[in-house]
Design a protein around this ligand. Structure first.
Ligand code: GLC
Length: 716
């Protein structure tokens, strides 16, 4: 053991217990005896929030629309550098909760309604932060998917849904980015506080193999001993002065093992070790381009791009603001930020600010109208999805060439915006970058290539979450059909689909194929190829989106994103792209088997321009190797290769014994994948699990004989 390295074993029980609770709101305890410094923990995902001026970056609701792993990595680096500069050891970001509820207050600081897009982009963001020697803290583990009553609501969610949707982003980030910390959520999951839910920790520690520090959300623990017992390590902001003895008593009376205390102390010491590295030379920042590339062009009748010298009018109260960010712990003050109006006026030399629409407006080539939804915040959900369009309607009385720029944290109803606008740009919350990024996008200096990472509804009541806003017990009845998956399943017409976004260029796709026509459990995954042509007059980036289509049975989604990539295509260029789809994307969680298994059979892959718009398709057959066990049904065996012969040869007597009794002459055969004979016999026989051939066959089979048959079935 490295004698200079600090260890929990160098500490007394009292010192260890006190270390597992914050020293104050933003710091852990210092323990001079082993040279352990106090760690500084600070928010947040959009910039440093420590009372000092700090750059307000594009919020994750916008950055996620880039669908660009490199952009998220760079953004993470920028934040990591700023955190290091502010002396921060752990940056409390990113949030990877799912945008299940369109009105959820913190959607602005989350990535998407889709777990794969969330996980992949968050992994890059975490890698970026940690590459600068700052620990990231992925939050909120798990199902903190809305704000109303967040300290007390319970989510009732089935295990398959929990794993395939809500745990999946954490699984991806842990496996791809190895975050140093995870923050548990305030809410209950299936009747237990998330912060002390043993099933969640079992998955986190023993399946995802997360070995880092789990900290509570601020004030999120109930009893410290239960938090540590379940697998939590650091209680924040800390209550040790009042609760130290309770924890110590729990250890002394055996309620809480000292091993848990030692493990937790060790993790905090390791965390401090990681954070002790010195700052690296700062990364050069290009925030404006990053934001401009992420903007989503929702409508454009050809008015965009505009020239730098065009005579334009600017209107909307946002012009007097300088930072656009949601509320709560992810809010950032900004540093050196100018008002939106001053920055736009520097770029557009013929731009005028018009406070009140009047006839004057008809002398302008175009009018840029800024529409703001200002409610998105931690702590409460939005009352509805409305946005005030009165200014837009007034402007439309005098000038139809309206470019509407949306400033919002999450979904808003856009039917009217679309009706009155010649072009619509979704800029979400761009931090303090809007003034510099918007001109780049409006003039085509940077072609906006964002795609929506959440579905924009045409009416609020289309959401499965509509009406549950104040429930204490939320039942995730839509299961894995969250977001676009649900709207596809119910054939609900949405305003703008997940993955939707226009470009100044136009892309055509051809030659979509996979390098395998079938997948079995031995393979890592499949490569798919598709060729794009940029038919436009701009060099531009494009998001290639690959979706899987299943039969929608057993609570499976009928469509799901399984791969994506951002590619750059010069005007006129033809580009052949390759995307890898991991085998895990072709699997569903089988709760009985307690493992992921293939969807089974023939499935369709498609390349789409958005979740609802299929461009090309190809088929893949998933030949799951069915490893028989005592819970396998006769019907499943028949579906195996040579299954029919095996059933007749080894299982016939026992099956007849289960249903008919002793009758060696009972006719038994398998034809066209089914047991022949009258309906009742056939259906019951095929539904029998192998274990029942012992318990129900009237002594036709022993456990030992069943084991031998299973071995034979698996060697075939
Ligand atoms: C808050 C938030 C969490 C934040 C923490 C510290 O309640 O839920 O995201 O990092 O407390 O501000």
């Amino acid at each position: 053991m490295n004698k200079n390295k600090k260890h929990a074993s160098d500490l007394t029980l009292d010192e260890k217990i006190s270390l597992l609770s914050g020293n104050n709101v933003w710091h852990t305890k210092e323990i001079k005896k082993i040279g352990l410094k106090a760690l500084t923990l600070r928010d947040g995902p959009h910039g440093v929030r420590d009372g000092e001026p700090a750059i307000a970056y594009p919020n994750l609701c916008l950055a996620a629309c880039s669908w660009d792993r490199q952009i998220l990595y760079k953004l993470g680096q920028y934040l990591g550098d700023d955190a290091k500069e502010h002396g921060i050891d752990v940056l409390l970001a990113p949030g990877v909760n799912i945008k299940r509820t369109p009105t959820a207050g913190r959607n602005f600081e989350y990535f998407s309604e889709d777990p794969l897009l969330t996980g992949e982009l968050a992994a890059e963001f975490v890698k970026g932060i940690q590459s600068r020697g700052v620990a990231a803290c992925v939050k909120h583990f798990v199902c903190n998917d809305r704000e109303n009553k967040r300290f007390s609501y319970n989510v009732t969610v089935d295990e398959k849904t929990l794993r395939e949707i809500y745990l999946k982003p954490f699984e991806i980030v842990i496996k791809k980015a190895k975050p140093k910390c995870i923050m548990s959520a305030y809410n209950f999951v299936n009747g237990q506080f998330a912060c002390q839910n043993h099933m969640l920790y079992d998955v986190l520690r023993n399946e995802f193999l997360f070995s880092g520090t789990v900290m509570s959300d601020w004030g999120g623990t109930d009893k410290r001993k239960n938090f540590y017992n379940a697998g939590g390590n650091l209680e924040m902001p800390g209550s040790d002065e009042k609760t130290h003895d309770d924890v110590k008593l729990a250890v002394l009376n055996g309620e809480l093992s000292e091993d848990k205390i030692n493990e937790s102390a060790e993790k905090i010491i390791e965390l401090a070790d990681f954070c002790s590295c010195s700052a690296k030379p700062k990364i050069a920042k290009d925030i404006a381009s990053l934001a401009a590339e992420s903007f989503v062009l929702l409508e454009n009748n050809g008015i965009l791009p505009i020239g730098k010298d065009e005579k334009i009018a600017l209107t909307g109260d946002a012009l007097q603001a300088s930072v656009f960010c949601g509320g709560g712990c992810a809010n950032v003050s900004g540093k050196g930020a100018n008002t939106l109006l001053s920055e736009l006026s520097q770029y557009f030399c013929n731009a005028d600010f018009v406070e009140k629409p009047s006839e004057k407006l008809n002398s302008y080539n175009a009018v840029i109208v800024f529409l703001r939804e200002k409610e998105s915040s931690e702590g409460f959900d939005r009352k509805d999805l409305s946005v005030d369009c009165s200014l837009l309607k007034q402007v439309a009385l005098y000038n139809k060439n309206i470019i509407t720029v949306l400033i919002n944290g999450s979904v808003i109803l856009l039917n009217q915006v679309k009706q009155y606008s010649a072009a619509v740009i979704e800029s979400y919350y761009a931090g303090q970058a809007l003034g510099k990024a918007l001109p780049l996008a409006l003039t085509g200096a940077v072609v906006p290539s964002g795609r929506l990472a959440e579905t924009f509804l045409s009416k609020e009541s289309d959401s499965y979450a509509y009406g549950e806003e104040d429930d204490e017990d939320i039942f995730y009845a839509e299961r894995t059909s969250v977001g676009y998956r649900y709207y596809a399943e119910k054939a609900i017409k949405t305003q703008y689909a997940f993955g939707y976004g226009l470009s100044y260029s136009r892309f055509t796709y051809c030659d979509f194929y996979a390098d395998k026509s079938f997948l079995d459990e031995g393979t890592e995954g499949v490569n798919v190829y598709v060729t794009l042509k940029n038919d436009g007059v701009f060099d531009a980036k494009e998001v290639v989106q690959i979706y899987l289509h299943t039969d929608g049975k057993n609570g499976d989604p009928i469509v799901k994103l399984v791969a994506f990539d951002k590619v750059f295509v010069k005007k006129g260029q033809i580009l052949k792209t390759k995307l890898f789809i991991a085998a895990s994307e072709f699997m569903r969680y089988d709760v009985k088997k307690q493992k992921y298994v293939f969807y089974g059979g023939k499935v369709k892959l498609s390349v789409n321009s958005d979740a609802q718009s299929v461009l090309l398709t190809t088929d893949i057959t998933l030949k799951p190797y069915l490893k028989a066990d005592r819970y396998t049904t006769v019907g499943e065996i028949i579906n195996k290769q040579n299954g029919a012969e095996l059933v007749v040869k080894h299982l016939k007597k026992a099956i007849i014994g289960c249903i008919i009794g002793d009758d060696d002459n009972y006719p038994f055969s398998v034809k066209n994948g089914h047991i022949a004979g009258e309906e009742f016999f056939s259906r019951v026989a095929e539904s029998l699990q192998l274990r029942q051939l012992v318990s129900m066959s009237n002594n036709k089979l022993s456990e030992q004989e069943l084991d031998q048959i299973i071995a034979i079935l698996n060697e075939e």
